[in-house]
Design a protein around this ligand. Structure first.
Ligand code: CA
Ligand code: CA
Length: 197
């Protein structure tokens, strides 16, 4: 009888500790964000290169500008005269490339109401690109808060040497914040942030 009591006591302890283990495992599965926020660029440091590329029928210019600023004294001004393909981008600094557990991409855009479409293309560690498209149908500053899951695998083009596995692999390489295939427009960009919320 005594043995039976001890046994059931041990059994209860075992059950409780198992329950505890199960809870711990669940908590571990939620990916903890690497940071509250990651500031990709506020476009205040003019020494960082604004990189552009353009197809044979396109012209693009990217400069730091104090004509408009959402934060600080300046923003990135991008002018497209694009008929095939062109884009402006920032290289993600190495220490800002791990987006583990992060949820949203935030960016301020000063629209011109041109009604042309432009894209944000995110390039991951293995050159795979993911796209979100915006129409320039607004005037003045507007903040875009875009779930990272809304960036879709580019089906129109991928680099020939990219590894395509349909997921963001870290560290992220570039944020191509204003790419387009067609359009004549000038936009300003400020405060690109990767957010944990
Ligand atoms: Ca700024
Ligand atoms: Ca990938």
């Amino acid at each position: 009888m005594k043995n039976w009591k001890v046994l059931s006591f041990l059994l209860v302890i075992l059950l409780f500790s198992c329950g505890g283990e199960a809870k711990k495992t669940t908590a571990k599965e939620e990916v903890k964000p690497i940071a509250d926020q990651i500031l990709i660029s506020d476009f205040e440091d003019s020494s960082k290169e604004l990189i552009t590329y353009a197809g044979p029928q396109s012209k693009i210019e990217a400069v730091y500008s104090s004509e408009q600023a959402k934060s600080g004294k300046q923003s990135a001004k991008i002018t497209h005269q694009t008929k095939d393909w062109a884009g402006g981008l920032v290289v993600v600094e190495k220490e800002k490339g791990d987006w583990t557990g992060m949820k949203t991409f935030r960016m301020w855009v000063y629209g011109s109401g041109s009604n042309f479409k432009f894209n944000i293309d995110l390039e991951d560690a293995q050159k795979e690109q993911f796209r979100y498209s915006i129409t320039d149908d607004f005037k003045g500053w507007k903040e875009f808060v875009i779930p990272l899951s809304d960036f879709k695998f580019r089906t129109d083009w991928q680099a020939p040497d990219a590894v395509l596995n349909r997921k963001l692999d870290f560290p992220m390489m570039t944020v191509q914040f204003c790419t387009a295939n067609l359009g004549n427009f000038t936009l300003y960009f400020d405060d690109i942030i990767i957010d944990s919320k």
